[in-house]
Design a protein around this ligand. Structure first.
Ligand SMILES: NC(=O)C1=CN([C@@H]2O[C@H](COP(=O)(O)OP(=O)(O)OC[C@H]3O[C@@H](n4cnc5c(N)ncnc54)[C@H](OP(=O)(O)O)[C@@H]3O)[C@@H](O)[C@H]2O)C=CC1
Ligand SMILES: CC(C)(CO)C(=O)C(=O)O
Length: 312
């Protein structure tokens, strides 16, 4: 599990609990705590408190062969994908092990495929989950915590991965991870971006949780606008999202637990936010289509300004 933070620790704990061997790749105080005291994870339906095998990227490349692993999972922030893949490049090219991204955004898979090759690249997402490091080695999680995944960019274009993914699906289920295997994972990635562009930047800007934002009469409208702009961008990018997809994503986030989004937590902790990974493709494709994503551009600009003031 490369980038074992909130999301990576949750799914790693589920897999370890189900009897799978998993190496957690992390860094800093969180890594030290994982090595010295193990992982403590709290979820309303699942508690994990046990030693784990944890190392950093250098330790992974030095102490393990890539072929030791059946699967590499990348669960770092999207902004860390390129640097991590560059660090891993000389290690991953020695084997054929595939990599599954569990990251928000629609561009991670392209960066993974540039190093690993498309035939080793699976796209994926952590869905209906909130999971955050609350102290080094300690993670709190909530939600059904599903995984949506599939061969990237699609099963038809990348059929060689299907046998492994078909094995992974029941394995995830047995580990208590509800999952859906998609033939067209790009559809799942863009559909999730509808939620992320809808609530992540706005919750980070206002420091209000998802429920506060979606029940506010003005902000609720802004969320819906940013979701519509994401669907428009998807269609320009060649991924068909309908008005019904937007309504489903809007109603899902309105009904979901009141949670802090990952971007809100990043701002609160003074860490880099996934602004360009979430808003970037929406802005880029809508501009290309000749009808700019005005609300997304406004909220992104305000958030960049707020973040600059935070760091003054
Ligand atoms: N958190 C959530 O509730 C949800 C998150 N997501 C998505 O899941 C993905 C993961 O998010 P999240 O779990 O919140 O992220 P976190 O920041 O909690 O976890 C990522 C971890 O990777 C570590 N890391 C980054 N670079 C390296 C490196 N070079 N070597 C070792 N460790 C490294 C980070 O360390 P450091 O802190 O030092 O950078 C961090 O501990 C994101 O794309 C996010 O948008 C999706 C649904 C919900
Ligand atoms: C909006 C949410 C919580 C949905 O899982 C998410 O993906 C995030 O916090 O980044």
């Amino acid at each position: 599990m490369v980038g074992a933070g909130g999301i990576g620790c949750y799914y790693a704990a589920r897999l370890i609990h189900a009897g799978h061997e998993c190496v957690l790749v992390a860094r800093g105080k969180h890594l030290q705590a994982l090595q010295q005291h193990g992982l403590q994870l709290q979820h309303p339906q699942f508690v994990f408190d046990a030693p784990v095998i944890a190392t950093d990227v250098a330790g992974l490349c030095q102490d393990y062969a890539c072929e030791d692993f059946d699967l590499l999972i990348l669960a770092a922030k999207s902004s860390a994908t390129i640097p991590l893949m560059e660090q891993l490049q000389s290690w991953v090219v020695t084997a054929k092990t595939p990599m599954l991204s569990l990251q928000n955004g629609v561009t991670n898979e392209k960066h993974i495929a540039a190093i690993m090759g498309m035939e080793r690249t699976a796209g994926g997402l952590a869905v209906k989950i909130g999971a955050h490091i609350v102290a080094p080695g300690k993670v709190e999680a909530t939600g059904e915590a599903q995984i949506d995944f599939g061969a990237w960019p699609s099963a038809a274009a990348n059929p060689g991965l299907q046998p492994l993914l078909a094995v992974l699906s029941p394995l995830f289920t047995e580990a208590g991870i509800p999952n859906t295997l998609y033939d067209k994972v790009n559809y799942a990635l863009w559909r999730k971006l509808v939620i992320n562009n809808g609530v992540n930047p706005l919750t980070a800007l206002t420091l209000m949780d998802t429920q506060a934002v979606t029940s506010d009469p003005v902000l609720r409208h802004t969320v819906h606008r940013m979701m519509e702009e994401t669907a428009r961008a998807a269609n320009i990018a060649g991924v068909s999202l309908t008005a019904e997809d937007v309504e489903q994503m809007f109603s899902l986030i309105c009904r979901f637990d009141a949670i802090k989004t990952s971007m809100q937590v990043d701002r609160e902790k003074g860490r880099p936010m996934e602004i360009e990974d979430i808003c970037g493709p929406v802005i880029q494709y809508c501009r290309e289509g000749g009808q700019p994503a005005e609300t997304t551009e406004l909220i992104r600009t305000l958030l960049l300004r707020a973040s600059a003031l935070d760091h003054r």
